[in-house]
Design a binder for this molecule. Sequence first.
Ligand SMILES: *[C@@H]1O[C@H](CO)[C@@H](O)[C@H](O)[C@H]1NC(C)=O
Ligand SMILES: *[C@@H]1O[C@H](CO)[C@@H](O)[C@H](O)[C@H]1NC(C)=O
Ligand SMILES: *[C@@H]1O[C@H](CO)[C@@H](O)[C@H](O)[C@H]1NC(C)=O
Ligand SMILES: *[C@@H]1O[C@H](CO)[C@@H](O)[C@H](O)[C@H]1NC(C)=O
Ligand SMILES: *[C@@H]1O[C@H](CO)[C@@H](O)[C@H](O)[C@H]1NC(C)=O
Ligand SMILES: *[C@@H]1O[C@H](CO)[C@@H](O)[C@H](O)[C@H]1NC(C)=O
Ligand SMILES: *[C@@H]1O[C@H](CO)[C@@H](O)[C@H](O)[C@H]1NC(C)=O
Ligand SMILES: *[C@@H]1O[C@H](CO)[C@@H](O)[C@H](O)[C@H]1NC(C)=O
Ligand SMILES: *[C@@H]1O[C@H](CO)[C@@H](O)[C@H](O)[C@H]1NC(C)=O
Ligand SMILES: *[C@@H]1O[C@H](CO)[C@@H](O)[C@H](O)[C@H]1NC(C)=O
Ligand SMILES: *[C@@H]1O[C@H](CO)[C@@H](O)[C@H](O)[C@H]1NC(C)=O
Ligand SMILES: *[C@@H]1O[C@H](CO)[C@@H](O)[C@H](O)[C@H]1NC(C)=O
Length: 767
Amino acid sequence: MKNRKLSLLGGIALTAVAVSADVNLRPRSNAPLCSNSASTFSLSDPPYENYFYSDCNVAAQVVVTSPLSSSDLSTIGPRLIVAWPAGDSGACAFFAPQNGINGTLGIGIVNSTVGSPLATTYNASFAGDYPSVGVQGVISFNSSAILSLPILGSIRTIRDFVEGASILYPEIQDAVKYTSNSDESASLHRLWLDNVTTTSIHFSPWNNGTGSNTSVTVSNGTLAFEAGEYLFTAEMNYPQLSQLNSSVVLNSQSTNLTETMPGQTIALAFLSYSEKLLAGAWRFLTYFGRDSMISALLLEPVLSSGNGRAMEAVIGAVLERVNRSDGSVCHEETIGDYATWTNLQDNITSNAMVCDYAMIDSDYYLPVLMQRYFLENPVGQKRVSAFFNTSAGSINAANQNLTWGQLALINAERIMRLTTPFAQNQTKDNLIHLKEGQIVGQWRDSEFGIGGGRIPFDVNTALAPAALRSIAALSKKGIYKNRQNWTDLAEHYAQIWEDSTLPFFEVTIPQSKAKSLVKSYKNASSFTGPDQSSTIDTNVKFYSLSLDGYNNLSRVEVMNTDDCFRHFLLNTTNDAQLSTFLNSTATNIRRDFPAGLMTDVGMLIANPAFGENPVYAQNWTTGAYHGTVVWSWQLAMMAKGLELQMERCEVSVNFSTSRTSSRIFGEGMGGRKGMDKEIQVVPAFCTDSSIFDNVKAAYNALWDSIEENSDQLSTEMWSWVYQNGTFQVTQLVDLPAPPGVGGQTESDIRQLWSLAFLAVARNKDYK
Ligand SMILES: *[C@@H]1O[C@H](CO)[C@@H](O)[C@H](O)[C@H]1NC(C)=O
Ligand SMILES: *[C@@H]1O[C@H](CO)[C@@H](O)[C@H](O)[C@H]1NC(C)=O
Ligand SMILES: *[C@@H]1O[C@H](CO)[C@@H](O)[C@H](O)[C@H]1NC(C)=O
Ligand SMILES: *[C@@H]1O[C@H](CO)[C@@H](O)[C@H](O)[C@H]1NC(C)=O
Ligand SMILES: *[C@@H]1O[C@H](CO)[C@@H](O)[C@H](O)[C@H]1NC(C)=O
Ligand SMILES: *[C@@H]1O[C@H](CO)[C@@H](O)[C@H](O)[C@H]1NC(C)=O
Ligand SMILES: *[C@@H]1O[C@H](CO)[C@@H](O)[C@H](O)[C@H]1NC(C)=O
Ligand SMILES: *[C@@H]1O[C@H](CO)[C@@H](O)[C@H](O)[C@H]1NC(C)=O
Ligand SMILES: *[C@@H]1O[C@H](CO)[C@@H](O)[C@H](O)[C@H]1NC(C)=O
Ligand SMILES: *[C@@H]1O[C@H](CO)[C@@H](O)[C@H](O)[C@H]1NC(C)=O
Ligand SMILES: *[C@@H]1O[C@H](CO)[C@@H](O)[C@H](O)[C@H]1NC(C)=O
Ligand SMILES: *[C@@H]1O[C@H](CO)[C@@H](O)[C@H](O)[C@H]1NC(C)=O
């Protein structure tokens, strides 16, 4: 692609420093000495400035937003967020200029004698069983300000307000108390619905510690600040998680990543705890089943193994939260203040966690990950009995009296049950559908993600067969108690699911029609770049995102990247099908948008240009969360998936002792039936250079674009604008949401699965 330039927009500057914990920085006494050093880093992504702090007492992220001259003031205002993984809790304060003129207030956190810029705070003598812990630093206001809105308690409560509908709950808002103190400071605090935990933010005039010149007062029912600097302290008395620091989260072969990829390892450590791995910062600082399992699958080569380490943190957290009545995997946990609030909506007085079981894809990742760890990882192999005998219920009380092994079995029973009808009769009705009443169910879980489709591509063509292969392998090793008899049945089902699902989703558009469709897309969308119709030199082939979508679309004909699941998770054996499928993936990656998926900012996850109905161009936009945008982990999974498929062309023959690896091209009579797993026949595409070379070219085009966008890779996702002849990185929040979607989504600065490039690297053998 020509004119590829690294965009300056949205560039992220990283500083990562490990400072040793200095007790002198702590203004309050009684803090136990942290045996390990504090870890801090900051990430600048204007208008957002992110600061991370963790030590043995607390982990917190602080995000300060200060509008830029280019910011849309209807969505971006001065805001301070402190987010804690513990309890998925947070404190948020919106500020407004006292003069009332929009855009005139700028805020920021500054280095000071307190910290650079943050320090820990620890207060043992607080009500309740836990010390009050948090962070403090100095915040500056360039003009007089009021605190226009506080939200104290849960990150979920903050998200309900900032993501779209501006929802506030009176029972939470009315409990915020303001106090002004005799030392000229002022604070706000709120007792949670649990009647035990308190979140507070305290402000006192700073001015380099002299306290002169500025003042904060409680006025007209809120806090009013004169221009200047204030020491802020945000804290709460809720139990903290046990962090896995950089040296513990990685396995011993990978510790040098702390030097070669310091930014990614420090972010990984911030998101990793022995109880669970967190999905992202700041919006998803808690358990998400899909995110943590996809991350573990991609990162397994570098993650630590063993009791309480990263791999087991992921698998254990998933099993602990499995729905004991039907085997569904929990998508998102609701904990802390939002759990109490959610229970109250059901007239239940309880702080117990609540699990969301709306997603259908998460169920299938679990056996795949279990196979990867307990059968293929030497440490995992030794951990089978201790791990599966672990009693559930310490975190999720609903699973008391069960073991993790029993919950794993209940999950596998669900998968066997749901995959049986299609294994018996390959009809569309027997494919796996979203749950009743849900409009989302897999990773594209936003309003237009899979276009309202009931039958998603990824779950049916990749996740279900992969899970069945893993169930076969796990039951053969006796992991599922008394279910050895699943081995053959699950293999048999898997073969049918692998071979018979793709045709339901296949879309072929004749070359001339495809050319006219991209031309009409350019008119129907606001895209100002070239339509790329001249690059369409064959019929266009891709696989629908889903079946039975909105607007009576029987197939949701959006070109997409979900092919990566099959490439990454399965070694399919139907040669004709594999050749066609792999070749279409490669061609669509190589072609530039809108003829294909490639752009200067990376491979887009969706391209609606080939849908004839105008709703496609309207709904899959640059402003849609799962629209014509780039997701980092999809780049990683596609790159790894293509590599794994090409590796199949390098036959390894193991005649019981000697292992020789050579490039022997077989006859293309693929099939694993009756064959030792070690002796695999190479797939037919390996000997068809029109396909193999196409795949290799796509692999390299993808890696070139990954390398050119390295500044973005650790973020959740990004979008673009087309300017001066190139696609330029733009944050989603700066673009309008698609029609009917309430508000815009703020992308996470760091997302667990976006750290996959710690383990996924370019294979130079295919250059
Ligand atoms: C600031 O401007 C935005 C955008 O015009 C508007 O939505 C918002 O209400 C304004 N706020 C105030 C306090 O005037
Ligand atoms: C604050 O201190 C950190 C760590 O020493 C440093 O990297 C950063 O540049 C400083 N920021 C400012 C605005 O001086
Ligand atoms: C908290 O206290 C209130 C008032 O006494 C009570 O109604 C409520 O049930 C308590 N909540 C919990 C979770 O115990
Ligand atoms: C605080 O001290 C620093 C360095 O001594 C100085 O640059 C800064 O202007 C001072 N700020 C205030 C508000 O006095
Ligand atoms: C006090 O707040 C109310 C409502 O927010 C506002 O209408 C009023 O102008 C404020 N008064 C002062 C003196 O700021
Ligand atoms: C990191 O360590 C691994 C395992 O010891 C080694 O294979 C790799 O070459 C090292 N990488 C670098 C950049 O030193
Ligand atoms: C909770 O109780 C209220 C008042 O009794 C009732 O109106 C409401 O329907 C109940 N909600 C649920 C979910 O049961
Ligand atoms: C676990 O067993 C105990 C004792 O029989 C019982 O009281 C409790 O309700 C059970 N918990 C669940 C979640 O079934
Ligand atoms: C498969 O399902 C179709 C459609 O429901 C039905 O017509 C057919 O008889 C079924 N075939 C078998 C073998 O059950
Ligand atoms: C497999 O074994 C289980 C438990 O022993 C038994 O309930 C089930 O009927 C058997 N299934 C088949 C297909 O043989
Ligand atoms: C598929 O084949 C590749 C290359 O031989 C291998 O690395 C990978 O583990 C296989 N995947 C599965 C799911 O069997
Ligand atoms: C594979 O795709 C390439 C590029 O689109 C095309 O030239 C070639 O004919 C295709 N090969 C087969 C076997 O379809």
